[in-house]
Design a binder for this molecule. Structure first.
Ligand SMILES: Nc1ncnc2c1ncn2[C@@H]1O[C@H](COP(=O)(O)OP(=O)(O)OP(=O)(O)O)[C@@H](O)[C@H]1O
Length: 498
């Protein structure tokens, strides 16, 4: 019977750092399992289950036993409590399957370690990180007053002096969900160029470990803004439900809200104007969560579109199965079937054109105003790269839809984790002007998505750059859409629309 949980050598080294620098226990042995328990608690804060990555046996394992972690067969013994908690969470009886129980515990422990690693910088207080991440999950509703992760102006001022820039603050910094905005008046015109060129040195001078400082002008004499990232332990998540109201009042034909801007204001745009969108980011960047925010925005509309969803991986959108507004009420996971359905959409464009003529309308909005029940259709393709590489002839119908479908109310929402020239080919690119880039590995990936670099400096977890036709590039932080939000939205849509 399994009773060990394994960690990599690096994870073991991280235990040591937490013990020595974080908890300040003078390297006393015997507290490893405290950290493992903290890590499990941290992982349980996430709404999803830790994936296979955390299951694999590390090459050079360091081992802890259930006896140490849950106190199994010792005093006090929390083993049953752990098993019950995980069984309830997974809706699965782990008392019946001991090996699975140990594996699930290992996955949570290792993911929790990774999350702690992301949010704690040695040299800062580990206790603060714990308080923030385990007890408080402040949301974007909180007021925008100074946050403890903000760089104070005296530190910023010293950094500015080191790069030879004279500046004075205008008011207090504004704490957005992840960045703090400092508004400044520069001493002289020459300071502008010095600041622009010295941003990296400034980041170094004020001790910024990761992330880059963004810089922009604002109206007023010699006024600029600096957006400075906070450590991830001081980020505030952006929950989904409060955002819904913000975009319901929008007069857009199909309002979509993927998240909030740097200072926490909802970002809302009209998908009809988009009229197609390409979303890309490296694995784990928050692409699925971002797609969910877009889709839930659409479902919340008084006049939601019909959806056709294609997901070759078949895992990320399972909660949409059974949605009455979903064509076939099922996400299409088989690529051959998906191509057949896309070709049918191409034919449907002609039929829709015919119906527009019957109503004497030039587009779907006019047809609906004249009494046509025609709904918009949004064709969603996740993992576009896999789909196009499968050589099933998927590109041709997608290009035709991208070129022609706007007037008849058919829109594309395409996503990929592999933004490469071959997987976002020329004809699609040319016809899909609206793009969202989540974090990518290289600036060349960013250029494929946005036609400019920048997305390689984003900070994961839904951090994004949005490019809409004719508008300047916008930095945004994605709403944290949970599985429960999706289930609620699907149930609500099913009760409102048939
Ligand atoms: N807006 C957000 N706010 C907070 N956390 C987020 C947000 N978006 C994503 N995350 C975190 O990042 C994790 C990965 O997100 P997601 O599954 O959407 O990534 P992905 O890019 O779709 O990954 P993959 O391509 O591997 O499926 C989530 O489990 C969540 O913990």
């Amino acid at each position: 019977m399994k009773d060990s949980i394994y960690f990599t050598v690096e994870e073991r080294a991280f235990f040591e750092r937490i013990i020595d620098d974080g908890l300040m226990q003078d390297g006393r042995r015997g507290v490893y399992w405290w950290i493992v328990r903290i890590a499990i608690a941290r992982s349980l804060q996430e709404s999803d289950e830790p994936d296979e990555r955390y299951k694999a046996m590390p090459k050079s394992p360091s081992e802890l036993h259930l006896e140490q972690i849950t106190g199994r067969a010792k005093e006090p013994d929390y083993d049953d409590a752990f098993a019950l908690l995980l069984s309830l969470r997974r809706d699965e009886d782990l008392f019946e399957n001991h090996d699975l129980y140990v594996e699930v515990l290992q996955r949570h422990a290792r993911r929790g370690m990774e999350l702690l690693h992301e949010s704690w910088l040695p040299g800062t207080s580990f206790h603060d990180v714990l308080l923030d991440s385990l007890y408080f999950r402040p949301s974007v509703d909180d007021d925008h007053s100074t946050n403890k992760g903000d760089v104070q102006f005296d530190i910023l001022k010293k950094g500015l002096q080191q790069i030879g820039v004279d500046a004075n603050p205008i008011g207090e910094p504004i704490s957005g969900p992840r960045l703090s905005r400092h508004r400044l008046t520069l001493g002289g015109v020459e300071d502008y160029d010095r600041l622009r060129r010295g941003l990296e040195d400034l980041a170094f001078a004020i001790g910024l470990g990761t992330g880059t400082i963004a810089f922009g002008r604002e109206p007023g004499e010699r006024r600029v803004v600096l957006d400075i990232p906070r450590p991830s332990g001081a980020w505030r998540d952006v929950p989904w439900p409060p955002l819904v109201e913000a975009f319901m009042s929008s007069d857009a034909a199909l309002a979509v809200c993927p998240g909030v801007d740097v200072i926490g204001e909802p970002v809302v745009f009209d998908f009809v104007e988009a009229p197609h969108m390409f979303v890309a980011g490296a694995t784990g960047s928050g692409k699925s969560v971002c797609m969910n925010a877009i889709l839930l925005s659409m479902l919340a509309s008084d006049n939601p579109p019909e959806l056709l969803m294609i997901d070759p991986k078949g895992v990320d959108f399972a909660e949409y199965d059974g949605l009455k507004l979903l064509r076939g009420e099922k996400v299409v996971t088989e690529m051959g079937a998906a191509v057949v359905m896309l070709r049918a959409v191409v034919e449907e464009m002609d039929a829709r054109q015919e119906r527009l003529r019957e109503f004497g309308a030039r587009n779907i909005a006019e047809a609906r105003a004249a009494g046509s029940p025609m709904r918009r259709l949004v064709v969603v393709v996740d993992e576009l790269a896999d789909f196009l590489m499968s050589r099933t002839g998927a590109e041709e119908p997608l290009v035709r839809i991208a070129q022609k479908a706007r007037a008849v109310g058919i829109h594309l929402l395409l996503a990929t984790q592999r933004p490469e020239a071959a997987t976002f080919p020329g004809l699609l690119r040319a016809n899909i002007p609206s793009r969202i880039a989540l974090t990518v590995q290289k600036s060349s990936d960013s250029r494929i998505i946005l036609d400019e670099s920048g997305a390689e400096d984003l900070m994961m977890r839904g951090d994004m750059l949005i490019k809409l036709a004719g508008r300047p590039l916008l930095r945004a932080h994605g709403a944290r859409v949970d599985v429960a939000d999706v289930k609620r939205a699907v149930a609500a849509a099913n009760s409102r629309h048939t």
